[in-house]
Every structure is written in structure tokens, then in C-alpha cells.
Write a protein that binds this ligand. Structure first.
Ligand SMILES: Cc1cc2nc3c(=O)[nH]c(=O)nc-3n(C[C@H](O)[C@H](O)[C@H](O)COP(=O)(O)O)c2cc1C
Length: 480
């Protein structure tokens, strides 16, 4: 059986039932599901959430359940990809570079074609599309993989784009100027034509991870989906564009349509991933021609701006990209971590400090890897890269800002940052080299102080369980 969203959910509920929260009570698609997700996020709890009876904006119960928080837990996301959560950078990079070509299946073998609706039959508002934040103008699809083509080469591109469902057959689309979707849009419009588009929703989370990998242009993401999924992605022709635009046969639903030439409408405001409300902007639209879906489609929603949005869909691809690029010029690179706390503005980079200068080289090599990076923090190999207390300790005791800080003023930055002058996308990027000086010569010890520890023989003889009832330990006062 091909891998898809439901094979994943079945396996998870069977093998790890404690990882799934099934909600049988009705919950509104507008705000309520996100509010619950937000409360669990504050508790640092990340179950996959299945809402069986979502309520639509018109007060009726949707025929389709919602799954959300699918990609919120770093451990679960790593498990999906069969990689170590502390070695995502190198192991996910290897997965993405391993390509497995897709296969084409006939229409009758494609579950996503079980229901086909065209023209006036289309009503996107019957799906339980979530409204997330208080200023959002309506429901937004946050897990829509937008597949378009470069009209010159015919090569497809896929990536996540938020999609505001404005009415039954009309949506917004906001491709950033730097996105490959925008390259395709420009090319179609230059030819005087609207851009064909297919938006697919709901697939195995490994397929989702492959589709969101950061690649060159023009380069199809479908072989990377196969590489990460561990089997060829099954494709089927779209209804509107035939084999010119292929879509995943095992998705839960596909929306097809055109992005009409030079049509702009207001889009947003929208609660963005940094945690702030982003501005309203003129943006593109999709005129929907057709929707196809499974009879019992599961709608995949996302916790916008929460870990669900950040971990697998943004930070894993960033870690992999930074690792591949920086490692090629700096073999001393050991690991990379893009923490949720920095919401993509921060990256922690670990190096083996064998000679002076490596920390600064790491900052210089890392910054261009992703336009969203603002601060690079470079640490030594003895630091636990995934423990933010250790990172702050490195900054506190292994850096002198007059010599270790790198600042690049007047750099292009991601505009969703309220510390920027408004309006602005020029700011300061940089980093701090929080690594110790290297040994003063080959074979010589480092000259800095040793780290505190109890004598090894005492430490190994003390067993916490001899003194502490671990069942009660959760109730002990914390230290923060
Ligand atoms: C939930 C989510 C929503 C996103 N929405 C948008 C969007 O509306 N517009 C955009 O340009 N990028 C958006 N992104 C970021 C793109 O998916 C990402 O930059 C991608 O790598 C661009 O790929 P491309 O260059 O192949 O087009 C979103 C990412 C996530 C995880």
C-alpha cells in the first residue's frame, strides 16, 4: 500500500497511541482548534491532534475531520524521517539529495480523484479550513503545496504557500518575491498568460518534508519527495491541465485553477511565523476551476506560527541547507540547529575549533544560506547545541563583543521584523563567535579553565534512583 497521510496516522495510533489526541467533541474551525494548539504549545506538549467533528463558520458540522500538530514535535518529525533529532542537519540533507523519480498512475488508481467537482460545484468553504489569529480576514490553508511550472522548461516547482479562502471558488496567493513560485509567475505573465496552479493538501508527513526541501531552480521537488518518503511518489494528471501539471495521487485533496495575469487584491493582515501580525498587502489570487478529493478526506491544518509550522516545514530544511553549504567550505563544521525560539532568525552552529578564525568563518559562510537568518551563534564542540542554557552560557563566558561580534549593516533582511524601520527590508545581520580560543600550538592543551565537575568515581557511584522517587520528581520545584 502506498504511503499517505492515513497510513501514517494508522501506524502512529497503533505504535504510539500516547502521541495522538483524538477529540470527539465538536470544535470550531475558526480559532478554537488553534487556541487549543496554542495552549498545548505553552505547556510544551505536542500530540498529533485529530478533531473528528469540526464546525464550519456557518455553524454546520463539516463532513471532513481535521488533523493538526502533525509536524510539531521535533522527536516525532525525526522519527517520521528515520533520523536522529540531534543530527537532522546532516541526515536530512542526505535524504533530500537522494532522488527517487515519481511514477505516473492512471486516474482510477488515484484516491484523490474519488470526488471531482468543477465550476459551480466547487465550494471550498465546506472544508474545515482553520482561521488562526484574531486579525486574520478568514480561513487560511496553511498546508497547501502549490505546484506550478516554469513555462520554458516545463519543470514543476512545489512549495508551501498560505492560501486565504475568500469565497467558494476564489483564494488569495502570496508568493514572496524570492520564491521559485514567483519566478514561474513572472514567466507566465511575461508570456501574457495566467499561471496554471494545483494546490495539494494532506499526504504522509515524509512526503510533506520532501516537498518542502530547499532546492535549486528550476528543479522538481517530486524526486526529493520520493527520496524522503522512501518510495516513488505516485502522480496523476490534473483535471484542468492534464499531464502538463501532475499532482500526487495519494493526497487528500487538490485544488486546481489559474493565477490570472496582473490581478491584485488585498491580502492579510495575517498572523505570521515570527509571532506578529503581518501587514495587509496587494497580492495574487487563484480562480479555482476544480477540486478533487477523497470521499472521506482528512483536512490537514497547521498551527500557524507555532512549532507545528516551524519544525519540519522550515527549520529542518534550513538546517540541512546550512549544513550542506557551510560544510563544503568549512570542514570543521560539526552541527547546525535552528531553534524554534528564534523563529528562523537564529541559528546555532557548532564547530571544531582547531585554529583561530573558524568562528568568524562560520558566521560568514552561514549568513547567505537563508535570507531569513539574522543572528548566527557559533559554539564549541563540548557545548550541547540543543540546550539553550548552554548556548547562553557560551555567549556569557566565551565571547568578547568588541572582537567576537560580526555585524553586516545595510543587508537585505526578511521584512517581518518589527525592530526594522517601517517599511523596510534593509537591516543588520551578523553573529557572535562564542568559541574559546584554540590551543596555542599543535599538541598543546587549551589554556582556559577546566569545566566544573565532581570527581568521576564519585559521579559514577551516585545513582539518583537510590535517593529520589522518580515518580514524585515532576512535582519538585523548578529552577526558572
Ligand atoms: C506554513 C507555511 C506557509 C508559508 N507561506 C508562504 C507564503 O504564503 N508565501 C511564500 O512565499 N512562502 C511561504 N512559505 C515559505 C515557503 O514555503 C518557503 O520559503 C519555500 O522554501 C519556498 O520555496 P520555492 O522557492 O521553491 O518557491 C510558507 C512556509 C510555511 C511552512
Amino acid at each position: 500500500m502506498p504511503k499517505d497521510l492515513r497510513t501514517y496516522l494508522e501506524q502512529l495510533e497503533r505504535d504510539k497511541p500516547e502521541a495522538v489526541l483524538r477529540i470527539k467533541k465538536p470544535m470550531k474551525a475558526a480559532y478554537e482548534i488553534t487556541a487549543l494548539q496554542r495552549k498545548l504549545d505553552a505547556m510544551k506538549k505536542y500530540p498529533v491532534i485529530i478533531v473528528e467533528r469540526p464546525i464550519l463558520d456557518d455553524g454546520t458540522e463539516s463532513a471532513f475531520p481535521v488533523v493538526t500538530n502533525l509536524t510539531a514535535s521535533r522527536d516525532l518529525c525525526a522519527q517520521i524521517l528515520d533520523i536522529d533529532p540531534h543530527r537532522v542537519a546532516m541526515q536530512y540533507a542526505a535524504k533530500v539529495s537522494h532522488k527517487v523519480d515519481p511514477v505516473v498512475v492512471p486516474r482510477e488508481d488515484a484516491p484523490v480523484k474519488q470526488v471531482v467537482e468543477t465550476g459551480d460545484q466547487v465550494n471550498l468553504l465546506k472544508f474545515p479550513i482553520l482561521t488562526h489569529n484574531y486579525m486574520d480576514p478568514g480561513p487560511y490553508i496553511g498546508t497547501g503545496f502549490v505546484t506550478t511550472t516554469d513555462p520554458e522548461s516545463g519543470i514543476d516547482n512545489t512549495c508551501l504557500q498560505r492560501i486565504w479562502v475568500k469565497s467558494p471558488r476564489r483564494t488569495g496567493l502570496w508568493p514572496a518575491v524570492t520564491s521559485h513560485t514567483m519566478n514561474n509567475l513572472r514567466s507566465w505573465w511575461n508570456r501574457g498568460e495566467g499561471m496554471p496552479v494545483a494546490v495539494w493538501i494532506g499526504h504522509h508527513p515524509a512526503a510533506v518534508a520532501g516537498a518542502q526541501s530547499r532546492l535549486g531552480y528550476p528543479e522538481s521537488h517530486y524526486p526529493s519527495v520520493g527520496g524522503v518518503l522512501g518510495e516513488p511518489l505516485r502522480l496523476v494528471s490534473s483535471e484542468t491541465f492534464g499531464s502538463d501539471l501532475m499532482v500526487p495521487a495519494d493526497a487528500e485533496m487538490v485544488i486546481e485553477g489559474y493565477v490570472p495575469k496582473e490581478v491584485f487584491e488585498a491580502e492579510g493582515p495575517f498572523g505570521e511565523y515570527p509571532g506578529y501580525i503581518g501587514p495587509q498587502r496587494p497580492s495574487n489570487v487563484i480562480e479555482v476551476s476544480c477540486v478533487t478529493y477523497r470521499k472521506d478526506a482528512i483536512y490537514h491544518g497547521i498551527g500557524v506560527g507555532l512549532a507545528d509550522h516551524l519544525v519540519l516545514l522550515g527549520n529542518f530544511p534550513m538546517e540541512a541547507r546550512i549544513y550542506s553549504v557551510v560544510k563544503s567550505v568549512l570542514p570543521e563544521l560539526m552541527n547546525v540547529y535552528v531553534p524554534i525560539s528564534g523563529r528562523r532568525n537564529h541559528v546555532y552552529v557548532q564547530v571544531k575549533k582547531t585554529r583561530p578564525g573558524i568562528g568568524k568563518e562560520a558566521i560568514m559562510a552561514t549568513l547567505p544560506c537563508d535570507s531569513r537568518l539574522k543572528h548566527v551563534i557559533v559554539v564549541d564542540e563540548d557545548i550541547d547545541l540543543f540546550n539553550e542554557s548552554d548556548i547562553l552560557w557560551s555567549i556569557a563566558y566565551r565571547s568578547q563583543w568588541d572582537k567576537d561580534l560580526v555585524m553586516v549593516k545595510g543587508a537585505a533582511v526578511f521584512p517581518l521584523d518589527p525592530s526594522l524601520p517601517s517599511p523596510g527590508n534593509i537591516g543588520t545581520r551578523g553573529g557572535i563567535d562564542a568559541t574559546m580560543p584554540p590551543p596555542i600550538g599543535n599538541g598543546l592543551p587549551r589554556f582556559y579553565q577546566m569545566v566544573n565537575k565532581t570527581p568521576d568515581d564519585v559521579a559514577s557511584a551516585i545513582d539518583v534512583e537510590d535517593y529520589v522517587d522518580l515518580d514524585k520528581a515532576n512535582g519538585y520545584p523548578g529552577s526558572y
